[in-house]
Design a protein around this ligand. Sequence first.
Ligand SMILES: Nc1ncnc2c1ncn2[C@@H]1O[C@H](COP(=O)(O)OP(=O)(O)OP(=O)(O)O)[C@@H](O)[C@H]1O
Length: 968
Amino acid sequence: MADSTNLQIDHSTPWHATSVETVIGELAVVPDAGLSASEVATRRERWGENKLRAAKTVPAWQRFLRQFADPLIYLLIAAVIISLIAWIIEGATGIPIDSVVIIAIIVLNAIIGFVQEERASKAVAALQDMTAPTAKVIRAGQRHEVPSASLVPGDIVLLEEGDTVPADARLLSATNLLVGESSLTGESVPVEKVAGEVEADAPLAERTNMVFASTAVAQGVGRAVVCATGMRTEVGRIAELLDSTSSEPTPLEREIAGVGKALTVLVIIVALVVMATVYFITPDHSAASLITILLLGVSLAVAAVPEGLPAILSMVLALGVQRMAGHNAIVKRLNSVETLGSATVICSDKTGTLTRNEMTIEEVATVDGSLALSTLEQLDDEVGGDVDEYRKVLVLGSIANNAEVRSSDVTSDRAEIIGDPTEAAFHLADRRLGLALPEFDRVREVPFSSARKRMTVVVRTRKELALVDDASGGNDPSYEWVIAKGAPDVLIERCTRVRTNGSIMPLTDEHREQIAEQVEHLSALAYRTLAVAARPAQAADLDGDDEQVESDLIWVGVVGIVDPPRAEAGEAVAEAHAAGIRVVMITGDHPTTATRIATDLGIIEPITVPDPATATADLTRPPLALTGRELDALNADQFAEAVRTVSVFARVAPEHKLRIVETLREQRNIVSMTGDGVNDAPALKTADIGVAMGITGTQVTREAADMILADDNFATIVSAVREGRGIFANIRKFLRYLLSSNMGEVLTMLLGVALGTVLGLRLEDGTVILPLLATQILWINLLTDSLPALSLGVDPVPRDVMSAKPRRLTDRVINGEMWSTIVFVGVVMAVATLLAFDWFYPGGLLDGPHTTDEAHARTAAFTVLVFAQLFNVLNCRSELDSAFVGIAHNRWLWGAVALSILLQVLVIYVPVLNHAFGTVPLDLEQWLIAIVLASSVLWLDELRKIWLRARARKQVATASATHVATNE
Ligand SMILES: Nc1ncnc2c1ncn2[C@@H]1O[C@H](COP(=O)(O)OP(=O)(O)OP(=O)(O)O)[C@@H](O)[C@H]1O
């Protein structure tokens, strides 16, 4: 048994220059069995995880302390010092109340910020786990798929097209193995890899018997033994140069940071103006009075700057991304959420995304005719003749095949399919008809790729496989065969002969036409078509080049495969169209099949056949579908025009996908593009939102993508767009809320000081009576900037979010309309707060029976401002709709409001807090007046929205009237 105790990982001879036997010996592994579970555990203990050194994790206490590294906090700390000085000057008796309150507020603020950041980064980490790469290994004699991080030296890994090589490994065997190593060597052409020995001094690019971590398998298959993992791999050596964790700020984050900066400057100016005004008006220039003025300025600045914005923003994005993951859309970066909401074109492949990828052969055709599989099933075994010809198509398709069907129950729909469902369709058909495959060994495979659209095998059968008549009329008892299957239009180019009426004839133009018609007919019925061709093998086929093997073939027949559209795809297409998003199908399949399915799903309009008697042909109408070959024939302008007008591209190769994405982006679209094969990676990287398949996709595309569909389903892309738009709408809600609330606070203080004389808020000697104390402003800020704002960020996605055109990424988030709302609400809040103060303040403008004293007046004003902000949460749920629409739907919001009310009640009734915040208990009447005044924010905003809605309706009416007029 393998023993790791004397494993020589750091041996002196390089791995590539040693014989395979020595490598295996040194790594102490039996290639067919792999390592045992306990051995893997021991080695992991010793060599650690197969990961590049993760960015150093900052300990929690440091992350907490980082919360204090903020200019606004410095201001607050300055405020603490100022109030301490004031307390000392006043004789240092009792507790320095203001300092204690401000310190408590600083600490609470830091805790809230810390908790929000932690949750956001946990959500992102959970997503990273979901998208962690995996590797196929042989362990304890079994094939497993394990996280790449769990690999250890000595593990046997299996590689195939589309895999990312998980560790540095020495090849034990390789078939047609090409590996793209550009990430390591800069060489853009994939390198051919072979198991063998290489000179000790060969440079990295020439070590063709090794595969290296993080490179991509472009083609073929291989088996290798892991020699180095983690930081000991070649890529590990240069890992310091790679910083994959740094994340660019999103346009939204940048805009918000910009707004934050501008506001900070503005607020500091306002604070200075307020401080200067109060200073010059007040005759008392004692130290205590100066300190009060300074405290006021600092609190105002701190309260008015929306410092909680970035933390709330990343938390809302993170929560949204978590919710999307629950709906099968795994977004890898937070920025993608924003881009998703602005998508204008969704390019999707067909098979498996728009269709179910449940392939069933329904029709079999030879050049002599065609038959439904169900008919074939009913025919007797003995019939022979033509029927045998159809059966041959199916058997040959099952030989040129890499899929497997497990389950003895032939009729069961639940047969377990291993491999490509297109290939499995042949096995399923054979089982249905009870056809047995001859025993055979595969000598060679020319693998399938979506660029080649065919695959070929060379097999040696144990018994003769009667297929081809020899010149004398008897069947050629050949034991070695070339069998190919692939797209009919591609395969026919490789055929020179055809099997007809049981014998072989040269392939004539009539045959070609006949076959083309058959394929067209099957495709028009939405069948996916796959042709089968074969010929006896010659010696040269065993090791000659691929071109030679796939030539001079004999056309045997073609099958029609049904792959039903996904039920939800049609609805998703309609939803996308309603949202102003174009859907484009880009598929490797036949143009007629593609057009038919695109029509069924509503991607393109059904073709209405014009009445030949009256209609004139519309030559300007763009074609319904274009093929890759047709695209190649277009010049740049024609190509751009085609991309603008055509929504189905068929028989395309991955490089067409790339050109289509590039062109769409040049046309200022925000493009989402799906892909599954290794060659799709460049198109995914170029797209604004690259989408990879979670089930059928390759590792390479998953790494290149921004989003992974856990269910491979087109409808998931559309629902991700919906979520993206919803999250964006919510971001606007809390922006509106935070900014209008802060505006309310600033305007209250500014107007309070400016209109002091008018409102009677001055003492005889001119001393300014402040509507709110510094600590009260800080309290409001703490209370309203956190939970209520956050609860808006998780508001349910509005139902009409998919009925508007996509937002342009360049559009400002906080536009003119939003600024006017912010100012409007801010003014209402300030006026309501000042009215409350004046109402209760002796000598105020509204002097009357309700007059009490300064403390009561201020407590009432304080309460009005807090409640006005809570009413404003309801306003901010929609730009145009009444706050009462769906008012009960967000329980977080009601929780946040209830908690805020409770805290405000505590501040008013708990004696310690009275002392700290300069408040006094209010009676019922005072409460009622305060709440009625505060609610004006809600009612007045409702009125404003009614006016806005009427205006919007009028605009629509005028626009359509103009439209009608111009059309006439
Ligand atoms: N396993 C296979 N062996 C041989 N030919 C195949 C195989 N799978 C598909 N083909 C042929 O190649 C064509 C292109 O296949 P490809 O996988 O690129 O696209 P697709 O699956 O048809 O569609 P999409 O691009 O929408 O996923 C198919 O239409 C089919 O005729």
